[in-house]
Ligand binder design. Structure first.
Ligand code: FE2
Length: 308
């Protein structure tokens, strides 16, 4: 019975990392030559890639992926695109960084049609409201349980598509009541928002935060993904960019505690009140639809060194 469960799990999730797919694509081109010691010489392919335009390079990727950073709030925004249809999404766009995100997408000939928030952020204003103004087809997306305004609301287990790409939505409450982790099973990637950070996790002392729930969410939803899956967090304050399920199960100093100790640890964190929470929460509950003056008029926005 247990074996059957493991087998089903393996079938559900792709076991071949993106890099392997890319390598096999490159290796199968006819132009490759063998060197004297019989190894495939990929230099010609590499040179051709360097000189190709962004779109053609992207065609070799099974999913187009860019990780972008906001140095003011230490927030990661992720651009994901379908290589065939050019449909694209942004995960957790930041209001002040929307122009950068749109420019990158234009350069890559991608059409951003959705902006997905992992949760109602307390440390920055979401860019989804501004994106709706700039891009006529754009729609905002968030979990139903977040209670926030959006064009599309998602529930646990929902599947969400852009182009030929599919995202599985996992409800992972605890940091906030409406946190969602977005998984791309075909590409062994998961975007955890603030539920799980690299060697850390989001705080649980406001916005329906609940340490016990967070512990259960991580262990039941995120740590049950295959070990090789890459995890991409909502923030990082120490220069890390990604991790894996296996790494965090072994090395996350908080989540490797037992549940009781984890709850106690979170209780004793004694973190400062987030500087932007009074401005960002009301704005984010309305999809970030707030006047530019109201946001840029806040000194907090410019001086904020976020602690999600
Ligand atoms: Fe957060």
């Amino acid at each position: 019975m247990k074996m059957l469960g493991i087998l089903k799990h393996s079938i559900r999730y792709c076991r071949r990392p993106v890099a392997a797919n890319l390598q096999s694509t490159i290796g199968s081109t006819n132009s490759n030559k063998r060197t004297l010691d019989g190894q495939l010489d990929l230099r010609c392919t590499h040179v051709r890639h360097v000189h190709d335009d962004a779109k053609r390079v992207a065609e070799h990727e099974s999913v187009i992926f860019r990780q972008m950073f906001d140095g003011e709030t230490y927030t990661y925004t992720y651009l994901l695109g379908c290589p065939e249809t050019r449909a694209a999404i942004l995960i957790d766009p930041v209001y002040e960084m929307v122009d950068r995100d749109v420019k990158v997408a234009e350069e890559m000939e991608l059409d951003i049609i959705y902006g997905l928030n992992t949760h109602v952020h307390a440390d920055h204003v979401t860019g989804t409201g501004k994106l709706k103004e700039l891009l006529p087809r754009f729609k905002s997306v968030i979990s139903k349980s977040s209670g926030a305004k959006a064009d599309i609301h998602l529930e646990d287990g929902a599947e969400f598509k852009f182009g030929n790409q599919c995202i599985k939505c996992l409800s992972t409450p605890g940091h906030t009541g409406g946190c969602m982790t977005y998984v791309l099973p075909e590409h062994a990637m998961a975007f955890t928002g603030d539920a799980l950070l690299i060697r850390a996790c989001g705080r649980t002392d406001f916005q329906e935060g609940d340490s016990g729930k967070l512990y259960e969410s991580v262990w039941r939803k995120i740590f049950t993904l295959p070990n090789h899956f890459y995890l991409y967090p909502g923030h990082d304050y120490r220069g890390f960019s990604r991790t894996t399920v296996a790494e965090e199960k072994k090395f996350n100093p908080r989540l490797t505690l037992d549940k009781e100790k984890f709850v106690q640890f979170m209780k004793e964190l004694d973190l400062a009140y987030p500087k932007l929470i009074d401005k960002s929460l009301p704005a984010n509950l309305k999809c970030g639809e707030i006047s530019k003056e109201a946001i840029l008029g806040s000194e907090d926005v410019l001086s904020h060194m976020g602690n999600h």
